[in-house]
Design a protein around this ligand. Structure first.
Ligand code: EPU
Length: 338
């Protein structure tokens, strides 16, 4: 039975643990709940925010509208020779989904182990880590259209995935609520350990021929060592995107900073490591009031306890200004500011 709560604190529902209130709050456990919610009229008359794990949001004030928390569960798989189609309810915790796949030897998402958030949020910003992005394993998703109350299917082509981007963040923003996602995984793993510290971590463990459980364990270990655990220290992962710049802009930067961390992109531009840029400006591990950057990864902004969203936002402005004046590069936020 659908319940609509009023004036509740959102602190348990955002990984930054910012204490703001929402006017209305509804938890959705089945697609049917969405139909019921639709009948109340709130979906179209109120300002709307759909949340999964609340792990990519910074609230800077009370939310005068309706928060819809998606808790639709369910995991099932269909094996088709070397491939497996796994369908997950949008409200499954991403890590539970990855663990289910690793346990059943369904390969493809092991590099995405321990990313916070829910399955339904994963296509929205095309989550990625350690050389793999959601789009590499995405088959399709179902989504509830707010205007019509109908469930529609989106294929890979429909979603227009880019670096931390999709049609759900762009053209169709605010129009659909993802209810389930189907992934195309493999029973013949293609182990991908080329990125960052995975290889080194496996060597430390004396593993020469890793299986997907080994990769998942290595990635989890690296993440735990670098990133703060949101259940003990509020954060939303990378606060900014890694900036992508033109070659001529890069030429100026490398001339002055020969050790700048950078990666070529397939379209001939250059991606810079925002964490490195921020660290060079002296912000790594800095604490300003109740906010700051994480001691092991400057790209992650944290709430040390009672920070307000405005404090975190103002701190992020200082970082943007500082990186701009040192490197001439404008950082863009990855986290949604509300
Ligand atoms: N670096 C520094 N100082 C720092 C942080 C990073 O010098 O304080 C350097 C590192 O030494 C490394 C480079 O920057 O050479 C890249 O760092 P890292 O491998 O930690 O990855 P990232 O580019 O900072 C991205 C994603 C993360 C993802 C990791 C691993 C973005 C915005 N972030 O971070 O995703 O986990 O790669 O694949 O693309 C997220 O989106 O919330 C997130 C955590």
């Amino acid at each position: 039975m659908l319940q609509i709560l009023e004036n509740i604190s959102l602190k348990p529902y955002n990984s930054f643990a910012i204490n703001v209130n929402a006017r209305y709050f509804a938890e959705i456990k089945t697609a049917q709940d969405l139909t019921e919610l639709s009948k109340t009229g709130l979906l179209t008359t109120q300002k709307l925010l759909v949340v999964g794990g609340g792990s990519n949001i910074l609230f800077t004030h009370d939310f005068d509208g309706l928060i819809v928390k998606i808790s639709i569960k369910g995991l099932n798989s269909v094996v088709d020779s070397d491939e497996v189609l796994v369908t997950s309810g949008a409200g499954e915790v991403w890590t539970d989904f990855v663990n289910y796949c690793v346990k059943n030897s369904f390969a493809g998402v092991e590099n995405l182990s321990l990313i916070p958030g829910t399955v339904g949020a994963s296509p929205i910003q095309n989550i990625g880590a350690y050389g793999v992005e959601l789009k590499d394993v995405f088959e399709s998703c179902s989504a509830f259209e707010i205007k019509t109350g109908q469930i529609k299917t989106f294929t890979f082509e429909d979603c227009h995935f880019g670096y931390r981007e999709s049609i759900f963040k762009g053209e169709l923003k605010g129009q659909f609520i993802i209810t389930e996602v189907t992934f195309r995984l493999s029973s013949q793993p293609k182990i991908n350990t080329s990125y960052g510290a995975i290889e080194a971590e496996l060597q430390k463990r004396a593993i020469d021929h890793p299986n997907i459980a080994d990769v998942s364990a290595a990635v989890s270990h690296i993440r735990v060592s670098k990133l703060p655990d949101p259940s003990t220290i509020g954060n939303a992962g990378s606060f900014f995107k890694n900036p992508v710049i033109e070659k001529y802009e890069f030429a100026d930067i490398i001339a002055q900073h020969p050790d700048v961390v950078h990666y070529p992109t397939p379209d001939g531009r250059i991606k810079l490591a925002a964490g490195w840029l921020i660290e060079q400006c002296g912000w790594k591990g800095k604490k300003v009031g109740e906010t700051g950057t994480w001691k092991n990864q400057a790209l992650v902004l944290v709430n040390h306890g009672s920070a307000t969203g405005t404090e975190v936002f103002q701190f992020s402005e200082q970082i943007i200004d500082s990186v701009k004046s040192t490197f001439g590069v404008t950082l863009e936020r990855e986290v949604n500011i509300l």
